[in-house]
Structures are given as C-alpha cells and as structure tokens.
Design a binder for this molecule. Structure first.
Ligand SMILES: *Cc1c(COP(=O)(O)O)cnc(C)c1O
Length: 394
C-alpha cells in the first residue's frame, strides 16, 4: 500500500511559549550531518567537544558533565536518582510546577521529602529553607528550581546554597530555562548538581539534557550503599560512555548531540554576557509593553525572569480562544498556565533565537488585536510604542 499522506510540512511558527523555542538555522544544518557509529572515534571526539562546550556554558570545570539522552525531565530525574538513596532526607523547594516535579521524583526514588513551599509567583525565602534544615536533621540534598518556568520567577540561590552547605547537604539546581539565557555559574555558586535542556535558551530541539556533577556530588555517588535505581540514568555508567572507558551503554542520539554542540557553539559565539543582556532587554521591553496595555504581570516584581513572562488573564477574556487566535491568525504560540495557574495566566517565552525585538513587538501587536476583539479596553498602539522605546534605549 502506498502512503496517502502528504509530504511533511509543519508551519514555521513563532514559538513564544514555555519551550521549545525556535531553533537556529545552523542547528538544523548540523542535524543533517551523517550519523556515525556510537563508538566511532570521530563521534567520541564530537562528544568530547560537546562536553567542553557544556562546561563552558555551565561555567564549570566539573569532570562529570554529560548530555543525558532525553528531555529536561530526564536530566532532572538523573540528578535525583543518582544523589538520593532510599530513606535519605531531601529538602525540596516548591514554588511552582517544576519544584513539585522534583519533589515527586525524589519521593519515587525513596527520599524522605521535606517540602519548603512558597506561593506560585514568589521566591522561596532563604529563612524558610534554614528553618526546614534545622528541623529536618541530617539532610542529603537541597533541591531548587533557578528559573521556575511555570511562574516566571527568578530564584536567588546564594543564601540557600550557603545554608545547604553549612548543613552538609548537596545542592541540586534546575537550570532548564535559565542556562544560556540568564547567568548560571556552577563553580562560582558552588552548585553540586545542575541540569538543563536543549530546547529552551540553548536554541536546539528537545532531546538532550546537559547535566553536571561537582566533585562533591561525584564523591557522594561513589560512596552510595545501594545501586542507583534507574539503570538508564545511572551516572556512573553514563560517565563511562561520555568519558572513562568509552564503554557502550546506550546508543547516543548522534543527531541530537550534533544539535546540542551547534547550539552551544552559538551561545559562546554570541558571548554569555551579550546573550544575557539580549534576553534581559527584550524581556524588559515586553514587560513595559504589557503594562502599557493595562495588563498585570504575575511574578514578584524584583524577581521576574526575562526568559518567561507571566501575565494575568484579564477578567472576561477567554484563555483558549485567545491563544488559538494567536496561533492560527498570527502564527504565534504562547503558553497557558500550568497546574493551579491554568486559566489564570499566560506565559510568554523569549528564549534563545525567539528572544528578539521583532518578536516582542509582534506578540504585543497580536495580543492587542485579540484582546480588543474580545472586548478588552486598551489604548491602541500603546504597548508597542512603549516596548519600542525600551528597545531603542537598550
Ligand atoms: C521545561 C522544564 C522542565 C522539563 O523539561 P522537559 O524538557 O519538558 O522534560 C523542567 N524544569 C523546568 C524549570 C522547565 O522549564
């Protein structure tokens, strides 16, 4: 039987949701390179280069730095699975959907989970972590999300890392959205485990999850009394493929490694500082524009992430109808709220390639039109004009 489907032809959307973001043409180009055997010395060399590039972007010297074959959640699960043994206490900071996911994983791996919670839209206060650590007694790990994509909050880490180390606990940080978009400095900040994902600010398709372990985390791994419960995510086995003996573990998705390598090269070519400034400027322009349209931002003011802006859905506006109109009539994807924020907020991502002045103005223009169509009163052109001013000052 012959196929009766048409040639593949997905529309080239403007991706301003919570990830994936748009992919740089050079990354797509890299993905067309021929695959190699998973133990071909030429491929092993490409893995070594990718490892060096990951280290540079994470700003770490950590030997244990790999790309997990899987999405950001696989990176998260690898960190949890390797660092927690059954019965060990884990303090998990939960101020959004992804903090909650870490807590769920930690309990599945047998951790005694102590949750430190904050309202979804606010940061976790260091005092709350300190109180939990004091009450909890011996704690193996403190886990926290740096850029909570579900709330748009940029979590400060310094005091929490210090407190965790004072209590002799390791620190695991989710930098899925922040890596390549805002400052992440694994060594300077003393992070013990840090995971990310290819499809947010690194500008690649989903499929790989950079993961790095400090020497302290690697030592904890070596002194485990029980085997890591996940075979696929066992860092010791993975590290034997990414370094060490180069022993077969699983067949690396070469194409995705090529993509990650190119995405990381692009990050370093632009320069970490310049890239962070670009994301900040575009985020600030979007905030100003949304404000001028009479909309209210959701995240705590001093702690907003320029990478993902959360904005409250005005009373009387239909969430799905508006997002459908943006998608079909303007070719723009934005995201709705997750968990308890579903139906209450929109999330507008400006990540990687997607973070451009052009996209800021396009999404403001489209929102103005579709909000007006639903009867929301606003001053015509105000959002775009204000954002444009911020952009030209930048
Ligand atoms: C997207 C995201 C994840 C999950 O990544 P997937 O690639 O969807 O598995 C985890 N943490 C944060 C903060 C995220 O934004």
């Amino acid at each position: 039987m012959s196929s009766n489907t048409a040639d593949l032809n997905p529309p080239p959307r403007i991706l301003l949701g919570a990830g994936p973001a748009n992919v740089h043409p050079r990354v797509y180009q890299a993905m067309m390179a021929p695959i190699l055997g998973h133990l071909d010395p030429d491929f092993l060399h490409i893995m070594d280069e990718t490892k060096s590039l990951m280290r540079a972007v994470f700003r770490t010297q950590n030997e244990e730095t790999i790309a997990v074959s899987g999405t950001g959640s696989a990176g998260m699960e690898a960190a949890v699975a390797n660092l927690i043994e059954p019965g060990e206490r884990v303090v998990v900071c939960v101020a959004g959907f992804f903090g909650d996911r870490i807590a769920e994983m930690a309990s599945r791996y047998g951790g005694e989970v102590v949750r430190v919670e904050a309202e979804w839209g606010r940061i976790i206060e260091a005092e709350a972590v300190e109180a939990a650590l004091k009450a909890a007694g011996r704690t193996k790990l403190v886990a926290i999300v740096h850029s909570e994509t579900s709330t748009g909050v940029h979590q400060p880490l310094e005091d929490i890392v210090r407190l965790a180390h004072e209590h002799d606990a390791l620190v695991m940080v989710d930098t899925v959205t922040s890596l390549g978009g805002c400052e992440v400095a694994v060594d300077d900040w003393g992070l013990d485990a840090c995971h990310s994902a290819s499809q947010k600010c690194l500008g690649c398709p989903p499929g790989t999850a950079p993961l790095t372990f400090s020497p302290r985390a690697a030592a904890a791994l070596r002194s485990r009394e029980t085997k890591v419960r996940s075979w696929y995510l066992d860092m010791t086995l993975l590290d034997n493929y990414w370094g060490g003996k180069r022993a077969y573990h699983h067949t690396a998705p070469m194409t995705m490694v090529y993509a990650l390598r190119e995405g990381l090269r692009l990050v370093l070519e632009e320069g970490l500082e310049a890239r962070i400034s670009r994301h900040l400027r575009n985020g600030q322009a979007l905030w100003a524009g949304l404000g001028a349209m009479g909309l209210t931002l959701h995240a705590q003011e001093e702690y907003r992430l320029p990478l993902i802006t959360t904005v409250r859905i005005p009373e009387g506006i239909e969430d799905l109808k508006l997002r459908r109109a943006l998608l079909y009539d303007h070719n723009i994807e934005i995201a709705g709220g997750l968990g308890i924020l579903a139906g209450k907020i929109w999330r507008i991502g400006l990540m990687g390639v997607s973070s451009s002045a052009e996209n800021v103005l396009a999404v403001l223009q489209a929102l103005e039109q579709e909000l007006s169509a639903q009867g929301f009163r606003l001053e015509k052109g105000a959002g775009v004009a204000v954002a444009d001013r911020v952009l030209s000052e930048g």
